[in-house]
Each structure stands twice: as structure tokens, then as C-alpha cells.
Ligand binder design. Structure first.
Ligand SMILES: NC(=O)c1ccc[n+]([C@@H]2O[C@H](COP(=O)([O-])OP(=O)(O)OC[C@H]3O[C@@H](n4cnc5c(N)ncnc54)[C@H](O)[C@@H]3O)[C@@H](O)[C@H]2O)c1
Ligand SMILES: Nc1ncnc2c1ncn2[C@@H]1O[C@H](COP(=O)(O)OP(=O)(O)OP(=O)(O)O)[C@@H](O)[C@H]1O
Length: 357
């Protein structure tokens, strides 16, 4: 595919990421590709996604060099511009990133020569009963050295504001939208609605709605299910709910989840992909929907989500099972499936027929 403009999002606190950014810049120079640094922490406060991509000359490929947080920062911009995003792994976990720093040149060559696949990742969209903003006095104590806060989300100019459906906010989430307690020692009370119906009222530390991609992030830590990133679903997970019903609910993409802060609850914070974006008072609500657009992420080999889950999450085998033998491969993942199983999507080589590659 043609890549004319690359936007670089670099984990500036990590020397290897800064060094790898130099490799990308050199590659761009060699191939006459424009390259702009996207300084997401730039002095004078952070910018909304539209402003950020405009300042970077509307990149058609966003390359992130860092960990999952850096990838999420790049994804926010790529989603806004319908650009491709390529994550280079220079982080601690690197669940979302695609290539190692050693392979960055080869990866850029592959993109340029069209030797890639594009993963279409589900995103979340948000409506709310009010515009979101973080009170100024809160900023110093929520930064934790993570850079300035993002500006308040804009209202989408292309959507109707509606008394019943709320204010459409110009944000997307690749991982999750989280509503959480603000007072350290007081839970939030929240009415949870699925597909327009009240599910239950929760008293909890937090309530979140994750995408399949985000199912391995906060939702996973709170005991939620691992969902294939190829699936289309919303995952509602409560965090430390003080009630007997503490399960996740996995809804269809057209079954939105609504969260309303109850009358005598304390206020609640709203975070999107780990970034604090607003505070809700009692009576306020948010509605979380599957967004119509997808994130387009570069993939350079067959998707091996379950291998990555095992490896990156350090899944451990049952000691008794280890003593009882080591499991050999169950399916051939390098030969195409037989005719009766042709509809399956196992991990296959580029020659195979699997949609995983
Ligand atoms: N208790 C928790 O686990 C917890 C609490 C708050 C936020 N989070 C998550 O952190 C995300 C923001 O990530 P960050 O890196 O900016 O903050 P962070 O550094 O606090 O991230 C927490 C951890 O989650 C990992 N991570 C992020 N997205 C992931 C994904 N899709 N699958 C597997 N692991 C993933 C990161 O590598 C990191 O180790 C949020 O979207 C939220 O899901 C997790
Ligand atoms: N461009 C930058 N300029 C200055 N500081 C940066 C920049 N990028 C990242 N940082 C620093 O790094 C921190 C990012 O941490 P974050 O946890 O999001 O990294 P990450 O990409 O997820 O990697 P890791 O996997 O190690 O957590 C920020 O708080 C900030 O201090």
C-alpha cells in the first residue's frame, strides 16, 4: 500500500524507543516518506485527536514505539484519521503491539510492499447526559507523572443531540470505558442498563465496558472473560461489586450498556482507555455503544492471540498436569483444513485459506 505520511508516537521516557524512532525516521528519509513526530505530551497541554493529527499532517500510518499505553495513544489518533496503526513493542507487557524493535525496518518494508494484513478492531462510542470535563483542581492529583490530561471531549457535530439519547461525544475507546469511584473510601452506586433495560443497581469500586481487545486489560484484572479480538461484543464487568451477582455480561454489538450514577451516590470518574476524561455527579449517565468505525491495525503474520495470551500473561499449567505429560500440538496449523472443516479459522501459513492471515 502507499504510505506517504507517517506519524510517530514515541514513549519519550524509554531510550530504546527514542533510538528506534531514529530508525523509522531514517527509513522515511530513504523512501521519501514524510515523517512527523506526534508529541502527545507537548508543552502547553494535550490536544484533541483531530487537532493532533492535523498538526502531524494527517498521517496515513501511525507508528507507535513503546508499550500498550503508547499504542493506545497512537490508536486514538489513528482511529480519528482512519489511518493504519503499527505498534512496535518497547513496553513491559506489549499485548497490543505487533513487531519487535529489531524488526521495525522489515515491518515498514512489508507495509510499503503490501505484505500485510489489516486487523479491524472494534471500538466503543460514547453518549452522555452532559459534556464531560475534569475539574481543574483535580488535575494535579490525577496525573501521577502520566503527562497532562486530555482536553474535554468535543460534541460530535455530525450527530443529533437528543434528550433521550444524550450528547454524542467525539471519543472512541479501543480498550474500555470505565466509571469509577472518586472518593477512595466510598463505592459508587450505579444503575446498569443493557439494551435499554435495567439489569441491576450496583455498589462497586468501578464498572466498565470493554471491547474484545480490552477484555485482556482492566476487565481481565477484575475477573472478566477473555474474548477473542476477532469477536464483536461489549463486555460489561463490575470491579469489586458489593453484592452477590458479580459476573460479567457479554452483550451483542447492538446491545448498548448504560451506567447512571444514583441519586445519593458520590461522584464518579469516567476514563477512556486509561485516560481520565470527566466526572459525573449523581443523576448523570453515560451510554456505551459499539462504534460504527473500526481501528485498522497492521498485522504482519498470522494472528496468534491465544499463543500471546499464554506467553504474555505467563499462563501457568496445573502442576499435576505438568507431572502427567506435555501436550503435543492438537491440530496441524500449517496445512489447510480438510473440506469438512473448511469453515474453521485455525492459525495457518500465508498459503493457507484461514482468515487469520
Ligand atoms: N487493575 C488494572 O489492571 C487496571 C486498572 C486501571 C486501568 N487498567 C487498564 O489500563 C489501560 C490503559 O493502559 P496503559 O498502558 O495506558 O496504563 P497502565 O500502564 O496502567 O496499564 C495497565 C496494564 O495493562 C496492560 N494493557 C493495556 N491494554 C491491554 C490490553 N488490551 N490487553 C492486555 N493488557 C493490556 C498494559 O501493558 C499494562 O501492563 C486501560 O484501558 C485499562 O484497561 C487496568
Ligand atoms: N513523548 C513523551 N514525552 C515525555 N514523556 C513520555 C512520552 N511518552 C511517554 N512518556 C512517559 O512515559 C509514561 C508512559 O507510561 P505508559 O505506562 O503509558 O507506557 P507504556 O507505553 O504503556 O509502556 P509500559 O508497557 O512500560 O507501561 C508517561 O507517564 C510519561 O511519563
Amino acid at each position: 500500500m502507499t504510505v506517504d505520511r507517517i506519524g510517530l508516537v514515541v514513549h519519550g521516557g524509554r531510550p530504546e524507543a527514542v533510538e528506534a524512532a531514529g530508525v523509522v525516521r531514517a527509513w522515511c528519509e530513504e523512501h521519501a516518506v514524510r515523517c512527523a513526530d506526534i508529541d502527545v505530551w507537548h508543552d502547553g497541554g494535550r490536544r484533541g485527536a483531530r487537532e493532533e493529527v492535523e498538526a502531524a499532517g494527517d498521517p496515513d500510518l501511525v507508528v507507535t514505539l513503546g508499550g500498550d499505553g503508547t499504542f493506545l495513544r497512537g490508536a486514538r489518533l489513528a482511529a480519528k484519521n482512519d489511518a493504519l496503526v503499527l505498534g512496535v513493542d518497547l513496553g513491559r507487557v506489549g499485548f497490543l503491539t505487533e513487531v519487535s524493535a529489531a524488526d521495525v525496518r522489515e515491518a515498514l518494508d512489508a507495509v510499503r510492499e503490501d505484505r500485510l494484513r489489516i486487523d479491524h478492531r472494534m471500538l466503543l462510542a460514547l453518549r452522555a447526559s452532559r459534556r464531560l470535563e475534569v475539574p481543574e483542581h483535580m488535575e494535579p492529583w490525577v496525573r501521577y507523572g502520566r503527562g497532562p490530561l486530555l482536553p474535554p471531549p468535543q460534541v460530535r457535530p455530525d450527530c443529533d443531540v437528543d434528550a433521550d439519547w444524550g450528547i454524542p461525544l467525539d471519543v472512541t475507546a479501543l480498550n474500555d470505558i470505565v466509571l469509577e469511584k472518586l472518593a477512595r473510601d466510598r463505592q459508587v452506586s450505579v444503575g446498569v442498563y443493557v439494551s435499554g433495560r435495567l439489569l441491576a443497581s450496583y455498589s462497586a469500586d468501578a464498572l466498565l465496558v470493554a471491547t474484545p481487545t480490552g477484555s485482556t486489560a482492566y476487565s481481565f484484572a477484575a475477573g472478566g472473560p477473555v474474548v477473542s479480538p476477532r469477536a464483536e461484543a461489549l463486555v460489561f464487568t463490575p470491579v469489586a461489586p458489593h453484592m452477590t451477582f458479580n459476573r460479567s455480561i457479554v452483550t451483542a454489538p447492538d446491545e448498548p450498556v448504560g451506567l447512571r450514577v444514583l441519586e445519593r451516590s458520590g461522584p464518579a470518574a469516567v476514563s477512556i482507555d486509561g485516560q481520565l476524561r470527566g466526572v459525573l455527579d449523581p443523576g448523570d449517565w453515560i451510554g456505551v455503544y459499539a462504534a460504527p468505525q473500526r481501528l485498522r491495525a497492521v498485522r504482519l503474520g498470522p494472528m496468534d492471540f491465544y499463543g500471546r495470551l499464554r506467553e504474555r500473561m505467563n499462563l501457568t499449567d496445573a502442576p499435576a498436569a505438568v507431572a502427567d505429560g506435555s501436550p503435543p500440538p492438537l491440530w496441524s496449523v500449517t496445512t489447510p483444513p480438510p473440506a469438512d472443516l473448511d469453515h474453521l479459522a485455525l492459525l495457518t501459513s500465508p498459503e493457507g485459506s484461514s482468515p487469520l492471515w
